[in-house]
Design a protein around this ligand. Structure first.
Ligand code: HGY
Ligand code: MN
Ligand code: MN
Ligand code: MN
Length: 414
C-alpha cells in the first residue's frame, strides 16, 4: 500500500479552531465541558458535527443507537470503508479533548483530503459513538458495545439514568435515533485518536503513543446493608453502619490493587449513600468498584479478593453484602497491521513515539472485536483527564492527527 508523501500534514489551526468551537457547547463550570450523552447539549454538539461533515461533502448515516457516520466516497465504492472516530459525549466534569479530539481529528482528515484533492480507494467514514462515557447511562462504551454485539439494543434502550429516564426514550426525545441496524456496517479497519488520559507520554517526552493493547476492566456493584439509626442517640456498639463498612472495604480495594503494582488499579467512583442525611447512620450504601489491569488473571484475582475481604468485613460488622458484576471487558490486543500503520506513520513523520497500553477504555476496545483496529494517543498535561482542567497542546493535537491521517490514508490506499 502506497504511503502518503512524508510532507503531507493536516491543518492544525483548523483542527484547533474546531475543538474550541465544539468546546463552547455544553460548557462546564471550570473551563471544561458537561455535554453528557442524550442531553440537549449532546444534541447541539451532534448538529454542529453534522453541519461540518456535510460542509466537507460527507454523506451522513445514523443508526438505532444514535451512532453517527460521515462517509467520504472512495474510488472503489465496493471497497469496505476505513472508519475513524471516537465520541463527542463528555463526563459531567469532563475536558474539552476526551473523545472529541478523535472525532474532530477524523473530520480533519476529510478536510485535508479535500484540500489536497486526494481520493482514496476505500471510502472513509468518520464516526461519533453514542454514550462512550457511561456516566448518565451505565455502562461506558455502551453503543460501540451494541455495535460489536456485546449488548443487545433492547438492554441498552432500557438503561436508566438517576432520574429514571430510559436511554431509548431520551435518544428519541433529542431526535437522534436513526433507522440503520446497529452493527450492520462492515469495516475494513477502525482507527481512534485519543488523549492518553495518563502521565506516561508527557513524562517520557513522547509526542505519540502507539497503542498496542487496552487494559481490561471490571465493574462490580457492591451493596452493603446495615441499619438506619440516629447519629446522636444510638450507642456506638449498637450501630450497623453501612457507610463505615464501605470505607473499610474501599481501604481493601486500594490494598488489593497495590498488591499488583505497578500496573493494576482500583477505586470506586460511583457511591450512593442512603438515606444520605446528616443525622442518620447510613443503613445502605451502593458503590461500584472499578478494577483494571493488562492481565486478565490479575483482574480475576482482584475480583475474588474483593468478595473475600468484603464478606469478612461485613461479618465482623453485622452487615449484609451483595456483589453484582455490572460491566467490563477482557484486555485487548489491537490489530498488528493497523498498529504497524500507526507506528510507520509516526516514524515517517519524525514524531517521537513509544508503545503504550491504554489505561482507559475506549470504543476501539469493543470495535476491535469486529474489525482490525488500532489507536494512536497524544499526551495530556499532567496526565489529567475526567477533570475540567484537562489540557493538551496544539502541537500534540496536530501530531496525533497527522499520524492518524497517515495511518488512515495508507490503509484506505491512494
Ligand atoms: O471508563 C473508561 O475508561 C472510559 O473513559 N469511558
Ligand atoms: Mn474517551
Ligand atoms: Mn472519558
Ligand atoms: Mn485494501
Amino acid at each position: 500500500m502506497a504511503a502518503p508523501a512524508q510532507n503531507l500534514r493536516i491543518n492544525g489551526d483548523r483542527l484547533w479552531d474546531s475543538l474550541m468551537d465544539m468546546a463552547k457547547i455544553g460548557p462546564g463550570v471550570a473551563g471544561g465541558n458537561n455535554r453528557q450523552t442524550l442531553t440537549d447539549e449532546d444534541a447541539e454538539g451532534r448538529a454542529l458535527f453534522q453541519k461540518w461533515c456535510e460542509a466537507a461533502g460527507c454523506e451522513m448515516g445514523l443508526d438505532q443507537m444514535g451512532n453517527m457516520f460521515a462517509r467520504r466516497e472512495g474510488t472503489d465504492p465496493d471497497a469496505l470503508p476505513v472508519y475513524v472516530g471516537s465520541h463527542l459525549d463528555t463526563q459531567p466534569t469532563g475536558g474539552k479533548y476526551d473523545g472529541v479530539l478523535g472525532v474532530l481529528g477524523g473530520l480533519e482528515i476529510i478536510r485535508t483530503l479535500n484540500d489536497l484533492g486526494i481520493k482514496t480507494k476505500h471510502p472513509i467514514v468518520v464516526t461519533n459513538f453514542t454514550n462512550e462515557e457511561g456516566t448518565r447511562f451505565a455502562p461506558a462504551m455502551l453503543s460501540s458495545g451494541v455495535f460489536a454485539g456485546m449488548h443487545t439494543q433492547d438492554w441498552a434502550y432500557a438503561r436508566e439514568d438517576a432520574e429514571g429516564k430510559r436511554f431509548g426514550d431520551e435518544l428519541e426525545r433529542i431526535g437522534w435515533k436513526g433507522a440503520e441496524e446497529v452493527g450492520a456496517r462492515k469495516m475494513h479497519a477502525f482507527f481512534e485518536l485519543h488523549i492518553e488520559q495518563g502521565p506516561i507520554l508527557e513524562a517520557e517526552g513522547k509526542d505519540i503513543g502507539v497503542v498496542t493493547h487496552g487494559q481490561g476492566l471490571s465493574w462490580t456493584q457492591v451493596t452493603v446493608t446495615g441499619k438506619d439509626a440516629h447519629t446522636g442517640s444510638t450507642p456506638m456498639p449498637m450501630r450497623r453502619n453501612a457507610g463505615l463498612g464501605m470505607a473499610r472495604i474501599l481501604e481493601q480495594v486500594e490494598a488489593i490493587a497495590l498488591s499488583h503494582a505497578p500496573h493494576a488499579v482500583g477505586a470506586a467512583g460511583h457511591i450512593d449513600v442512603y438515606p444520605n442525611s446528616r443525622n442518620v447512620i447510613p443503613g445502605k450504601v451502593v458503590f461500584t468498584v472499578d478494577f483494571r489491569s493488562p492481565e486478565l488473571s490479575v483482574i480475576e484475582d482482584m475480583e475474588a479478593r474483593l468478595k473475600t475481604e468484603g464478606r469478612r468485613i461485613a461479618d465482623e460488622m453485622g452487615l449484609e453484602i451483595a456483589f453484582e458484576k455490572v460491566g467490563g471487558f477482557d484486555p485487548v490486543a489491537f490489530d498488528e497491521g493497523c498498529v504497524g500503520a500507526i507506528r510507520n506513520a509516526a516514524e515517517r513523520l519524525g514524531y517521537s513515539h513509544m508503545n503504550i497500553i491504554s489505561g482507559a477504555g475506549h470504543d476501539a476496545c469493543w470495535i476491535n472485536r469486529v474489525a482490525p483496529t488500532a489507536m494512536v494517543m497524544c499526551p495530556c498535561v499532567d496526565g489529567l483527564s475526567h477533570n475540567e482542567a484537562e489540557e493538551i497542546s496544539k502541537d500534540w493535537a496536530s501530531a496525533g492527527t497527522d499520524v492518524l491521517f497517515h495511518a488512515v490514508v495508507e490503509t484506505a490506499e491512494i
